[in-house]
Design a protein. Structure first.
Lengths: 295, 352
């Protein structure tokens, strides 16, 4: 009997062998780079001389948090995140998904496909497209149209408007993903609950806020978690459209990190920024997951 | 006071006609049951009554007021659904308060009303629970409560008992009947269960393929079905059917001619006989003999269901309170002519 038990134990352990390649892969390509990143963030390593570096302690972090550019970059990132991801993609995503849910099947299919095309567009393509749409000199599509109506051209990529422009472009890019998540969430709500709320006298507005949104809580958290991470890591679209400018007005953290690393060659500092982004993303994710634990 | 009248209602989805020129009059305070197989359009009928759907053509009148294009909440109806349709994120109290809040009643009134209804339904202990913490029977009681607090003119119930297990089903069925007696409101109840329909309904309307087949009291539709569909749909076990061809200018079973006039123009008739109306002893000269072989006996508690086959191999069912025969026995049973129902070739019932 003991022998049989031992055999069973071994068989069960054998299953873990299957995981070994995964763990090796994770270790080499995820954990080790993160370890390196954290390690280098405490050094003065430079891109020009990777072999030589000295440990600086928390100097990189100290420098960052006393630098106006970096604080401004965090501020820009937070605005970008809140307006484009949370308000734009998530909230607009629910609204669009809800509106689509009450329209006809074919109409729904067409609109969903169109929105998803945006999501599937490569970010460089999207960036170039938006740049040519919003460009001031030479006049982009929007300004040409404004010209037809006799309205003066607007510099959408100026210091004041650039952040708004990249927010709109990013909402355009990411909306499809949220719509998809919320559409499946809404189709999971029992039709009789929607019927009951109509009979009970809830108008479309009340129904949206008091029935649909509370019932979509799980989809909302999932969506928030993912689009927050997407948006924190956003780089290509913004880099193509503005390059972080003008005058740092769209200098989100990823762009700041890239420029620190590859224009100033200051890899130690760039890694410190990276670590801050990771910590920020982790903190927000944990926050979301905690709020989900209630159910 | 609320009567419901549906006038020439036609409902189409794309090109599929779900209801065909449906006419129905439901009296004030009546318990009306719409009975039909799935896909017959009974839920669509209820939805158009509720205002969740608008008919393609035709009018709906509540107390002779045309409400065809009224919003559900303007019609003063309450609805109970098969899957209870409780709001999962609200507790029982909030679920019941929701329709009252939508009508902007004061909290004092809402509180009073909910306690009153909770007492009637015996769900007072459940008020703080969430829907997922309720059993099926409790959930349907709460759903009923949510309908009751509103004091609606008309109650619409869409197969409310179908998801419940047998014991609770009959219990809530009884309660529904009592609630209806107490409230004296109009109830429209949709079901595919013929026993439920006959038990609950003051009148039953049988629906098939979007067409009302017959409307009448349970006794009427059971004993005098207008056509074969109604005859077959009601009754458990199913009615026994014999199709007869004309022979020597008349119709015969077991050598005994089927009595009746107006047979001249017919080449074929169908006789329907309920299992309880097949006799083991001859009652009158007009009863028609059947030579049958007993195949099985089922004990039902109050009697037996005898399954037998005729010499033509047709399976028939007999309800009898005695069963002093064995499987394999060859006996003669008699079709009680008095209770036999005759149908013409189209399946419509004809007078004897």
């Amino acid at each position: 009997m003991l022998k049989a038990a031992k055999k069973k134990f071994n068989m069960q352990n054998l299953i873990y062998l299957v995981f070994i390649p995964t763990f090796i892969y994770l270790g080499i390509f995820f954990l080790y780079p993160i370890y390196l990143s954290i390690k280098y963030s405490f050094t003065n390593i430079s891109l020009t001389d990777i072999g030589n570096y000295t440990y600086l302690g928390f100097l990189n972090y100290h420098n960052l948090f006393t630098s106006g550019t970096f604080i401004n970059s965090i501020y820009t990132t937070v605005i970008f995140l809140v307006v484009s991801a949370i308000i734009g993609q998530m909230f607009l995503g629910i609204v669009v998904a809800y509106l689509l849910s009450v329209t006809q099947k074919y109409f729904r299919l067409i609109i969903t496909s169109i929105i998803l095309v945006a999501w599937a567009t490569p970010q460089v393509t999207a960036g170039i497209m938006w740049y040519s749409t919003l460009s001031y000199i030479p006049s982009g599509t929007v300004n040409v149209f404004l010209g037809y109506f006799g309205i003066h051209s607007i510099n959408f990529l100026s210091t004041h408007l650039a952040l708004m422009s990249i927010i709109i472009a990013n909402v355009w890019l990411g909306l499809g993903f949220s719509v998809l998540i919320f559409s499946s969430g809404i189709s999971g709500i029992s039709p009789s609950i929607m019927k009951a709320s109509r009979i009970d006298g809830a108008n479309p507005f009340t129904r949206f806020f008091r029935i649909v949104i509370p019932l979509l809580k799980k989809s909302i958290i999932t969506d928030l978690l993912l689009i927050t991470l997407f948006t924190l890591g956003a780089f290509t679209l913004v880099y193509v459209m503005t390059g972080g400018g003008p005058v740092n007005s769209t200098n989100i953290m990823t762009i700041y990190q890239y420029r620190t690393g590859f224009s100033l060659f200051s890899l130690g500092l760039a890694n410190a920024i990276g670590v801050i982004i990771i910590v920020l993303a982790l903190a927000i994710s944990i926050l979301y997951l905690i709020s989900l634990r209630g159910d | 006071m609320s009567s419901v009248e549906m006038k020439n209602i036609t409902k189409m989805y794309d090109k599929v006609t779900v209801l065909k020129d449906l006419n129905l009059k439901i009296d004030d305070q009546e318990f009306f049951v719409l009975l039909g197989p799935s896909g017959s359009g009974k839920s669509t009928t209820l939805n158009t009554m509720a205002g969740l759907d608008t008919p393609t053509s035709g009018n709906i009148l509540f107390d002779s007021e045309d409400v065809t294009y009224f919003d559900p909440n303007k019609r003063g109806v309450a609805m109970v659904f098969q899957d209870y349709a409780l709001y999962p994120h609200m507790n029982v109290y909030k679920n019941m308060a929701f329709p009252l809040k939508m009508k902007r009643y004061k909290n004092d009134y809402i509180n009073k009303k909910i306690n009153e209804v909770a007492n009637i339904l015996g769900i007072k202990e459940l008020l703080k629970r969430l829907p997922r913490e309720l059993s099926g029977g409790q959930a349907q009681r709460v759903a009923l409560g949510r309908a009751l607090v509103r004091d609606p003119k008309i109650f619409l119930l869409d197969e409310p008992l179908s998801n419940l297990d047998a014991k609770i089903r009959s219990q809530i069925r009884n309660e529904l009947k009592l609630i209806h007696n107490d409230l004296k409101k109009t109830f429209v109840y949709v079901t595919h269960d013929q026993q439920e329909a006959m038990y609950l309904g003051d009148r039953v309307g049988i629906l098939n393929d979007g067409v009302i087949q017959q409307v009448g009291t349970p006794q009427e539709v059971y004993s005098h079905p207008k056509n074969l569909f109604v005859a077959k749909f009601l009754g458990e076990p199913e009615i026994n059917i014999f199709e007869l061809d004309k022979n020597d200018g008349g119709f015969k079973i077991g050598g005994v001619p089927v009595d009746g006039h107006n047979f001249d123009k017919l080449n074929k008739i169908t006789i329907g006989i309920r299992p309880e109306n097949i006799l083991l002893e001859k009652k009158s000269e007009r009863d028609m003999p059947l030579k049958i072989v007993i195949r099985a006996k089922e004990f039902t508690g109050s009697g037996f269901i005898i399954i037998a086959s005729t010499d033509e191999g047709k399976e028939i069912r007999i309800i009898s309170d005695q069963a002093n025969m064995d499987v394999g026995d060859l006996i003669t049973a008699y079709i009680d002519y008095e209770h036999a129902i005759l149908f013409d070739e189209q399946g419509d019932s004809i007078n004897k």
